[in-house]
Structure formats: structure tokens, C-alpha cells
Design a protein around this ligand. Structure first.
Ligand code: FNR
Length: 190
């Protein structure tokens, strides 16, 4: 069986280190995971005024989450939280009321920063949001990635075999998490 993972990169930056990390994760993932990016770039800023007439960008976001088996968040830490663009996308996907696209959708969280704590505080904040959105998250392993260009090369390779092994295991654990969640929570197709 193949599992479809939709991944969201929390950064809109052209040279995002988290986008680089996402490429590495896709390369190291077990072969039964396949990946599609869920873009957060073109969404307007959410307001519940849109709920009665959801725009195309919002519907596209929701349908790409619904059609994925699981969601992977690869996010930077901005001011000790998640970037506004990512929070905006989550707010869109959680609405209109009663139609929260994250319900029962397995997820995992990872992120990279040049700083020593490797997005730990942003991830903690994202975990609270995903708990409220009723997404069964992978609890462990946690992955707080300290990014350096010596370890993560521009062409998506990892020069440290220890780091590479850790990231490979993270993706294997994510696959196991997806299998476990789907075995007890049937996907809600809408
Ligand atoms: C940052 N950065 C940052 N780093 C961190 O570890 N903790 C933080 O709270 C912040 N805060 C912060 C705010 C804003 C507005 C910016 C632009 C940056 C630095 C950040 O980790 C660095 O710019 C990374 O390159 C961001 O990841 P992407 O966007 O390149 O994927």
C-alpha cells in the first residue's frame, strides 16, 4: 500500500532552509510514502466572512488535505512561534465550522533553524494548534533540526551520516504512525 503524504512548508522564502529540509525528508522516506506539497502561498488572510462562500484557494487547500492520508509540517520558528502564513493556512483548513479538514488526519511536525533550539518552541505551539484541530500527531521522535549549510547542502544532501540516519528513522516512524492511525480511524472522505 502507498500512503499519500501532503506536506506544508511553513516558509514562503525563496531560499527557505525548511524547504531544503523537506526535500531531504522526501528523499529519505520509506518507499511506501508518496509526497505532494500543499501550498500555503496563495491563500488570502482568513476571515469567517468567507465561510458562506469559500473561495477557490480555500477549497483547494481543504481538498488537498482531505485527499491526503497524512500531513507533514516542516516549519521554521518565527518569533518563537509558527509563521503567520502557516497559521493562516491552518485556520482556513479548519473552517467552515463543522468542516475541519484535520479531524482524524494523522500528522507529524519537524523544523529547522540556524539557532540552537531548532524550532522547539514553534513546534510546541504548532502541536497545541493541531491538538485543538483533532489531528492525531506523532508524539515521538521529536525533531529539532539545527541547520547548517555544511550539513545540509544546497542540492538536498546530508553530509552527516548520523543526522541522515536520524531523519530516515523519523520518516519510518511517521509511516508507522500513519498505519496505526488509519487502522483505528477510518478516513473521512468528503
Ligand atoms: C527568525 N528566525 C528565528 N529563528 C529561531 O530559531 N527562533 C525564532 O524565534 C526566530 N525568529 C525569526 C523571526 C523572523 C520574522 C525571521 C524572518 C526569522 C531565524 C530563522 O530561523 C531563519 O531565518 C530561518 O532561515 C527561517 O527558516 P526558512 O524560512 O529559511 O525556512
Amino acid at each position: 500500500t502507498k500512503y499519500k503524504v501532503g506536506y506544508m512548508v511553513g516558509s514562503l522564502a525563496t531560499h527557505s532552509i525548511n524547504r531544503t529540509l523537506s526535500k531531504v525528508l522526501i528523499r529519505l522516506a520509506p518507499p511506501d510514502l508518496e509526497f505532494d506539497e500543499i501550498s500555503i502561498r496563495d491563500l488570502p488572510l482568513y476571515s469567517y466572512d468567507y465561510d458562506s462562500d469559500f473561495p477557490a484557494e480555500g477549497r483547494k487547500l481543504k481538498s488537498s488535505i482531505t485527499s491526503a492520508d497524512a500531513i507533514l509540517f516542516v516549519t521554521p520558528e518565527y518569533n518563537r512561534s509558527i509563521p503567520g502564513a502557516l497559521k493562516n493556512a491552518i485556520d482556513w483548513a479548519s473552517r467552515p465550522w463543522g468542516d475541519n479538514s484535520f479531524t482524524h488526519k494523522p500528522s507529524a511536525v519537524i523544523g529547522a533553524s540556524p539557532g540552537a533550539i531548532g524550532t522547539a518552541i514553534a513546534q510546541q505551539s504548532l502541536r497545541s494548534v493541531l491538538s485543538y484541530c483533532n489531528s492525531p500527531q506523532m508524539n515521538a521522535p521529536e525533531a529539532y533540526i539545527r541547520f547548517s549549510p555544511e550539513v545540509f547542502t544546497a542540492d538536498g544532501h546530508v553530509t552527516s551520516s548520523e543526522t541522515e540516519e536520524f531523519l530516515r528513522r523519523f520518516m519510518e516512524e511517521f509511516r508507522d504512525h500513519i498505519v496505526r492511525v488509519l487502522s483505528v480511524l477510518p478516513p473521512r472522505k468528503k
